[in-house]
Every structure is written in structure tokens, then in C-alpha cells.
Design a protein around this ligand. Structure first.
Ligand code: ZN
Length: 207
């Protein structure tokens, strides 16, 4: 029998207490991820900070079936951007272009976060060489997410999903299905080539 490829399910936008506006403790995040029935990957994307990344990665080491992607959410002068695959902040000044360049230079991934919401980049993202657009954000209206999805389609860019959780109750509300192996490089490569699809999570399958 030929082995069927397994999809990973990832929440690619999460804030821990290392974001001033989040109350989500790193240990709770890791424990809930380990308990989840099918979401086994998260990206830690604190606001303008990477302080929590190493700690969360370290806490997750005891579980062989979960993966933490280190990252950050940068407040650029023209809207929020996620950088995945970094334990360091991009050099300032933070423009969409400089952040995208940084992500590329380190083999990471740049994603325009919630383009059509507050702090979103909107149509300006057209001018920036990003890897993907966040088309499903847990803290964004249906309409704005739908607009982001259309926008990504028009640009021919992959669309990712993340809860944008700042507390436990918001975690894993949406996710990204990824055709990749359970390691950071494989996940980042899959995002770049568009082997991803954003979707609502099934709350009934939490445990
Ligand atoms: Zn966020």
C-alpha cells in the first residue's frame, strides 16, 4: 500500500504574554497544543518581539508530535506583517519592504497579517514581495477575511490562517492545513509554494 501524505494543521498567528496585550502563558499554549486532537503546529508571533520564542520551543521539546515555529508580528509603518522562521527581529526601520527582505534573507516567510482590518496593510501589499497573505484571521470579520482571500487570489499568493489569539479562549479558532512534514523548514517551504489552505477549526474535535 502506498502511504498517503499526511496534512499538518497549524495555527500560524499566536500571541503570548511577551505581547503586552496578551495573557496567554507559554506553558498553557504548549499544553493545549499537545492536547489538541489535530492542530499540532503553532507559530509564536508576538508584537515586535521574539522574547517568547526560545522558551516556547524549549517547553515543547517534551512532546514529539508538536512543532513550534518561531516568529514575530512586526508593526511596520504601513501595516502588520508576520515573519515566520526567526528567533531575531528584523533590523529597523520596519517598512513592509525591509521586513519582507529580511524574511527572505534568513530563509523565513513573510505574511501580510489581516490586510483589511485595523493595522492592516490593505492594497499596499500589492507593492511588497511577500510570501503569503493571511486570508483567515480569528480576530477579523467574515467580510474582511473574504476580502483578503479575494486579494490573495488576485495576486496569486498563498493564503494562511491563524487565530491571532491573545488568550486561551481564542486559540485554534482557525487553522492552516499544510502539506508538509513536522519540521520548520518543511512547513516554511510549503507556505512559500502554496501547499496550504486556511480553514475554520472544528471545535468539537478539540480533545
Ligand atoms: Zn496579531
Amino acid at each position: 500500500m502506498i502511504a498517503k501524505s499526511q496534512f499538518l494543521y497549524a495555527d500560524l498567528h499566536i500571541h503570548t504574554v511577551y505581547s503586552a496585550d496578551s495573557i496567554l502563558q507559554p506553558k498553557l499554549l504548549v499544553d493545549l497544543l499537545a492536547m489538541h486532537s489535530y492542530i499540532k503546529v503553532v507559530a509564536v508571533t508576538d508584537h515586535n518581539s521574539v522574547r517568547g520564542c526560545a522558551l516556547v520551543v524549549d517547553l515543547a521539546r517534551v512532546y514529539s508530535d508538536i512543532l513550534i515555529i518561531p516568529g514575530t508580528e512586526i508593526t511596520t509603518n504601513n501595516g502588520d506583517m508576520l515573519v515566520l522562521g526567526t528567533f531575531e527581529l528584523p533590523p529597523k526601520p520596519w517598512t513592509p519592504e525591509s521586513v519582507a527582505d529580511y524574511a527572505r534573507s534568513i530563509g523565513g516567510v513573510s505574511i501580510v497579517a489581516h490586510p483589511f482590518r485595523t493595522y492592516g496593510m490593505g492594497e499596499y501589499a500589492k507593492n511588497v514581495k511577500v510570501d503569503a497573505i493571511e486570508v483567515l484571521n480569528g480576530g477579523t470579520s467574515k467580510e474582511s477575511n473574504a476580502q483578503a482571500k479575494e486579494f490573495a487570489k488576485g495576486l496569486g499568493l498563498p493564503g494562511t490562517g491563524g487565530s491571532d489569539a491573545h488568550q486561551r479562549a481564542e486559540l485554534f479558532s482557525v487553522c492552516t492545513r499544510i502539506d508538509a512534514s513536522l519540521n520548520v523548514d518543511s512547513v516554511l517551504a510549503a507556505i512559500r509554494k502554496g501547499a496550504v489552505s486556511a480553514q475554520m477549526s472544528r471545535a468539537d474535535l478539540f480533545f
